[in-house]
Write a protein that binds this ligand. Structure first.
Ligand SMILES: Nc1ncnc2c1ncn2[C@@H]1O[C@H](COP(=O)(O)OP(=O)(O)OP(=O)(O)O)[C@@H](O)[C@H]1O
Ligand code: NI
Length: 312
């Protein structure tokens, strides 16, 4: 079980930026959660905080517990064991983060050398069978090729294969479908859905992809969690006005994502005194929204919106 408990991340640059504001998500073993939200909402920073890969000017508060062990206080050696071995992180922009100078077979198998003491040739063997699991086709040849000979979609899938090579229990994937066409998005979704037992936490811009790979959805807006619940319920009946807006913006609903608008200027929300951050864009705002709403529980759904204040 991975538990993100009241986690906040602030960057101590000239202008302080609160990139993640008091996020709590429980990830029981085998759970599949998608984090959705627009550019700058703090999705990547949240994933990076779990594997402790944030730059040094980041101040992380709260707790991130792996079976009760707080990863925020783990030492370097322990983190090395956890990363790749227990929790694997598939970075954003799959292809771009592959090393252009190393053959794909070696790169995909590298976590096995690092965490399972495989020899180089054993690791390449294993990576070929992993790539077969992901139907990359011509896997032996691919293993001997350099990343630039892969298409974007193949690289993404090779990255996911690399992420699971050492058999981690928890997979964190950042935008594994970024820049891919619909067909390739489906291929990545299929690859991810082949993983049955692992816990998945996947960041995406794409609601349809979130629906395809997750059972729970966490919606982030301006560093906060605004809605959390079962994917099916959220897609059928979104409660937060922002969630509703992004669902209406799904291509099949005839609107483009960008039409929804943009998040407020970053760093402008270091405190809660400005009220609900979605207020200016919200079609359902009321006088109460000048006060920051807390997270309300609506039949198991968590929603940060005054509309669901049962004291009303
Ligand atoms: N090293 C850093 N120093 C200062 N601010 C940062 C740093 N890294 C990220 N931020 C800020 O933190 C906020 C959240 O960024 P983050 O990358 O998590 O957004 P995101 O939701 O992943 O967006 P995208 O969908 O574009 O990937 C942004 O305002 C960003 O500018
Ligand atoms: Ni990101």
């Amino acid at each position: 079980m991975l538990e993100i408990n009241h986690v906040s991340v602030e960057f101590a640059s000239e202008n302080r930026v609160l990139a993640v504001d008091d996020i709590s998500i429980r990830l029981p073993d085998g759970s599949r959660t998608a984090i959705v939200g627009e550019t700058g909402s703090g999705k990547s920073v949240l994933l990076l905080s779990i594997v402790r890969l944030l730059p040094r000017n980041a101040i992380v508060r709260g707790k991130i517990e792996l079976d009760g062990e707080n990863l925020l206080s783990a030492d370097k050696k322990r983190l090395q064991q956890v990363r790749g071995g227990v929790v694997s992180y598939v970075p954003q922009g799959g292809g771009a983060s592959m090393n252009p100078l190393l053959k794909v077979g070696y790169q995909v198998g590298e976590p096995l050398i690092e965490h399972k003491n495989y020899s180089r040739s054993q690791a390449v063997e294993a990576s070929i069978s992993l790539m077969k699991r992901f139907n990359l086709l011509n896997e032996e040849k691919l293993a001997r090729s350099y990343p630039h000979t892969f298409s974007g979609g193949m690289r993404q899938r090779a990255m996911v294969a690399m992420g699971i090579a050492a058999g981690p229990r928890i997979i964190l994937a950042d935008e594994p479908t970024k820049g891919l066409d619909d067909k390739r998005v489906r291929l990545v979704a299929d690859s991810i859905n082949m993983l049955k037992e692992e816990t998945l936490l996947c960041v995406t811009h794409d609601m349809s992809f979130a629906q395809a790979v997750s059972r729970d959805i966490c919606v982030m807006y301006a560093a906060q969690q605004v809605e959390f619940g079962k994917s099916e319920e959220i897609l059928n009946d979104a409660l937060h006005p922002y969630t509703r807006d992004i669902i209406n913006a799904m291509p099949e609903n005839g609107m483009r994502y960008d039409d929804v608008g943009f998040a407020p200027a970053h760093g402008s929300y270091l405190n809660h005194s400005d009220g609900c951050r979605y207020r200016d864009r919200c079609r359902e705002r009321s006088e109460k929204c000048v006060i920051m709403p807390p997270v309300f529980d609506v039949n198991g759904r968590k929603v940060r919106c005054w509309k669901y204040d049962s004291a009303n």
